[in-house]
Structure formats: structure tokens, C-alpha cells
Design a protein around this ligand. Structure first.
Ligand code: CU
Length: 176
């Protein structure tokens, strides 16, 4: 390798590093933009990550002071961790009637999970047409946006082979 190709290599690498940093910053900005909690979600998200509690959703919950209802234009983000094992964390959530929620689901552990959300009876029956994210592999994050128009009951579940039977489900309470 000549000295010249060495230099070209280093320049390319420097550009790659800059691209990574810019990309990370842009990702952070988009997370804030979708949170619907101006100034609140960013800090919460980082704190969650550092504590390893990605499934904990900070900020005022429905029915409490300061709660901001998710809308179709700005859905409220709820983070759900699938696994390890046959669990969702959290396993119960509360939504406001009529609100739009963006579920951001991350799989921890080696099992591949699914995330179905909708009316409780449809979710329990794995009914075709019920909103669902399929095949969320280890450390993968996928999202689904859903509007809770009725009074419920609603639920979420994983219908990967045997997972629902093993208890991989969550309940959704509707307030308002
Ligand atoms: Cu599962």
C-alpha cells in the first residue's frame, strides 16, 4: 500500500465517523419530535436507557395532572420490552379514550416475538386483521400506531407459537 492510499483511507474513515455522529444526533431529534412530550421524553428516554429499564414510561399518565393525550398528528410513545422469556414489560398500561399511541416494541433475549394490539377478544383469539407487528428479533425495535376509539377492553399479546399460552400478554385500561 502506498502512502497516498493510506491518507485516503484515513480521510474516508474520518468522514464515516462524522456521518455516524450526525446520524446519531438526527435520530435523537426524531425521537424527541415523535414523543409528544416536549422537553420531557428526551431526558426520560436517556434515564431509562441508563437504568436498563427501557419499558418504563415516564411522564404524567392518563387521568393525572399534566398528561398530554396522544393524537394522530403527535402520538404518545409507549415503549414496550418483549422478553426475555414470555413477558411484556410493562404488562399493563393505561390510555386515554380516543388517544393515539405509538407502541415502540423492543425484543430482549433470543426469542422472536410479535406484538398484537386491539380489542381484547380479537387479541385473545389471534383474529385476522387485528393490528400486529410480526417477527421482532433480538434487539430489534419496531413500532405500530393505534387509536383507542372505544371504552375497551383492549389488550396486547404475542402470538408466536406457544407464547400467548405461556402468558405473553398485557392489559390496557381506558380512562376518560
Ligand atoms: Cu413472544
Amino acid at each position: 500500500m502506498t502512502r497516498e492510499t493510506h491518507i485516503v483511507g484515513w480521510v474516508a474513515m474520518a468522514f464515516a465517523v462524522v456521518a455516524l455522529v450526525v446520524g446519531a444526533a438526527a435520530f435523537g431529534a426524531s425521537v424527541v419530535g415523535h414523543s409528544g412530550w416536549p422537553g420531557g421524553m428526551m431526558g426520560g428516554g436517556y434515564a431509562n436507557g441508563m437504568m436498563g429499564g427501557v419499558g418504563r414510561n415516564v411522564g404524567p399518565q392518563p387521568g393525572t395532572t399534566g398528561f398530554v393525550t396522544g393524537t394522530t398528528a403527535s402520538p404518545r410513545v409507549i415503549q414496550i420490552v418483549a422478553g426475555p422469556g414470555y413477558t411484556f414489560s410493562p404488562s399493563s398500561i393505561t390510555v386515554a379514550r380516543g388517544e393515539t399511541v405509538r407502541f415502540v416494541v423492543t425484543t430482549m433475549g433470543p426469542l422472536v416475538h410479535e406484538f398484537m394490539v386491539g380489542p381484547a377478544d380479537a387479541v385473545a383469539a389471534d383474529q385476522q386483521g387485528t393490528p400486529e407487528i410480526a417477527d421482532i428479533g433480538m434487539m430489534q425495535t419496531k413500532s405500530l400506531t393505534y387509536t383507542f376509539e372505544g371504552s375497551g377492553p383492549y389488550a396486547y399479546a404475542c402470538h408466536a407459537e406457544g407464547h400467548y399460552e405461556a402468558g405473553m400478554r398485557g392489559t390496557i385500561s381506558v380512562v376518560g
